[in-house]
Design a protein around this ligand. Structure first.
Ligand code: HAM
Length: 413
């Protein structure tokens, strides 16, 4: 788990700001919750990797509690608690710290921050489009244009229609998805065993693997042989993305299935265009979670966008959010005799809106200019006895060394 020193914190803040600004630009409202949840809420049926990764403990009253591994169950709990009062559809966002006991690999840590945006109570494909576009907007704010990222999109609902057409009963589909999501992590033979245990025949398993070889929407349409509501919903998504000039950013990819059990419709994952890193974000439509948690059934769409992969990608591209300007103005003085003037200057500058770091003790000019240069301050005011005698101070631009003189009497008391 990570410590954030000031330099790390500046990067983190840059990412968080881009997330929050993009969410607000798309009309999402901010919410939050406690990182500790009841273990019961987070426990779902097997097959999900995340279930084995939960950090949990018993408190002094013997209650089983857990650090959240993702925000979605908490969001569902919060909505179910006020389902009668809230006006739907709701559009909410949060930046939540999440904990997973994962094997540490590139882009995966035991703790991460995850930006979540969810739209609850909206069946239209507009919901998927808004969530995905807001994520693309955040990437743009971070300096990653539409040629640098790709959103790979699939639909579990369309896959379901295909599996049904192949004769696989719908009750096996959820488990089939979770097994297929393990592709690349375990062998196809092992996936075959999982599917056989689920009750699929060898013929169905072979057919299922063949489906994963489909590479175009045309091939999907041909295989289905007819338009289904799920297919129409899916195709409409791509049409809306074109209206947003993001037609080239989204890409049909049948291998995107996702490892969480609750998705029921469109699922998507964002990647760097060269696909050198893991997914930047992921999400989709989940129609059953609210009902499963004891609420009224209600459709929902959302995504999670972590801080780890994006920070790696930005570092790789030399686009780490700018640290300069972080430290604005340094004020210092040569001797105790100028201390009170330095306080007066800092007070006036702070009142005027500047972020001022006031020296805590006298220092030599060489020391002042050395440390402020190293720390990346934009401007400096160094006060010596001569300044007091003249009744003015000089604000030095530390980058281009230009100076601006200000009369002390204009600064107030
Ligand atoms: P997820 O795909 O498990 O989805 O996680 C979403 C994103 O969180 C990933 O794409 C990645 O950026 C980040 N992430 C996940 N695990 C780690 C980790 N161990 N270390 C670093 N980053 C990580 C969900 O969690 C869903 N609840 C998202 C969602 C919200 N679906 C609907 N609403």
């Amino acid at each position: 788990m990570r410590d954030f020193y000031p330099d790390d914190m500046a990067v983190r803040n840059g990412i968080f700001e881009a997330w929050a600004e993009a969410a607000r630009r798309f009309g999402f409202e901010h919410y939050d919750a406690c990182v500790v949840e009841s273990l019961e809420l987070l426990k779902r049926k097997g097959g999900e990797e995340i279930q084995d990764q939960i950090y949990w403990f018993k408190d002094k009253s013997d209650r089983e509690l857990a650090l959240r591994a993702e925000m979605t169950p908490t969001l569902a709990r919060m909505i179910v608690a006020r389902q009668n009062e809230l006006t739907f559809p709701i559009k909410w966002f949060t930046i939540a710290q999440c904990f997973r006991y994962e094997r540490m690999t590139r882009g995966r840590k035991r703790e991460h921050y995850q930006w979540n945006m969810d739209i609850v109570g909206e069946p239209s494909v507009m919901a998927e489009a808004e969530v995905v576009m807001a994520a693309i907007e955040a990437l743009r704010k971070l300096g990653l244009g539409s040629d640098e990222v790709r959103v790979h999109v699939n639909s579990r609902a369309v896959l379901s229609d295909i599996l049904a057409k192949l004769g696989i009963p719908r009750e096996h589909h959820a488990a089939t998805f979770l097994a297929l999501d393990k592709r690349g992590k375990i062998t196809d033979e092992e996936i075959g065993v999982l599917l056989r245990n689920e009750g699929l025949t060898q013929q169905s398993i072979d057919a299922t693997f063949k489906v994963l070889g489909l590479t175009s929407l045309e091939a999907v349409i041909e295989l289905l042989g007819q338009r289904t509501p799920a297919l129409d919903h899916f195709l409409a998504f791509f049409d809306i993305m074109k209206l947003y000039d993001a037609g080239d950013v989204v890409k049909f990819d049948i291998s995107v299935i996702r490892g969480l059990g609750y998705y029921t419709g469109i699922v998507f994952e964002g990647f760097d265009a060269g696909r050198s890193l893991r997914a930047i974000f992921g999400g989709g439509r989940y129609d059953n979670l609210l009902g499963d948690l004891g609420g009224k059934p209600m459709t929902a769409v959302g995504l999670g966008f972590g801080d780890v992969v994006i920070a790696e990608l930005l570092a790789e591209r030399g686009k780490i959010p700018h640290l300069e300007g972080r430290r604005d103005l340094a004020v210092s003085f040569m001797e105790e005799a100028q201390r009170d003037t330095a306080i007066r200057v800092a007070k006036a500058m702070r009142a005027g809106g500047a972020n001022v770091d006031l020296a805590l003790h006298p220092e030599k000019p060489k020391h002042f200019f050395g440390r402020t240069g190293k720390a990346g301050f934009g401007r400096g005011i160094y006060i010596g006895p001569d300044d007091l005698a003249k009744g003015s101070i000089r604000v030095k631009n530390l980058a281009d060394r230009t100076e601006q003189e200000i009369a002390l009497q204009t600064l107030g008391n």
